[in-house]
Design a protein around this ligand. Sequence first.
Ligand SMILES: [Zn+2]
Length: 180
Amino acid sequence: MLNPPLPSQLDIRKLTVKGIEIVADAAVSSLPRVVDLLADQEGSIAVKLRFYIDEQRFKRIDGELKSTVNMFCQRCLEPMPVNIDTHFELGIVWSEDGAERLPKSVEPLIVGEELTDLHDIVSEELILSLPYVNYHSAEDCGQEVGYSVGEPDELTDTSDGELEQRENPFKALEKLKFEK
Ligand SMILES: [Zn+2]
């Protein structure tokens, strides 16, 4: 980490008035909602946030997030690196009404009186930018490409699971009969 850690509780409206730019590193481990979607909590996110008031007097945040995180390959279920390089434009508003007045290209960020944790903004945008499914390239994958996930052994496992589930309501019913 070369940059200072990402600050948490800030009055982001004041930052827009002052025209502040924040360049910081957010440890992946400090973003629990993101960690839930990853293979581990290694590394950090390079965060750049520019706070300003635009020509139409909207309070704005332009942001950039860069990192490499580990996610699970959906084929072999082993971790794999995924590059993050995302850009976003937010408009700070008080309410849904304010959100409707923003230009269409700007995503509303509804902020009340309380201070804002920049980690919340970074988590939100990061989650939106993560790919929904990931696969290793054919040569890197532990699982042969073309190998079906619905392989016979696994299919048997699934049906066993279903059988067990079907048994449960029946047992419950039997128990009811006994109790009568
Ligand atoms: Zn793989």
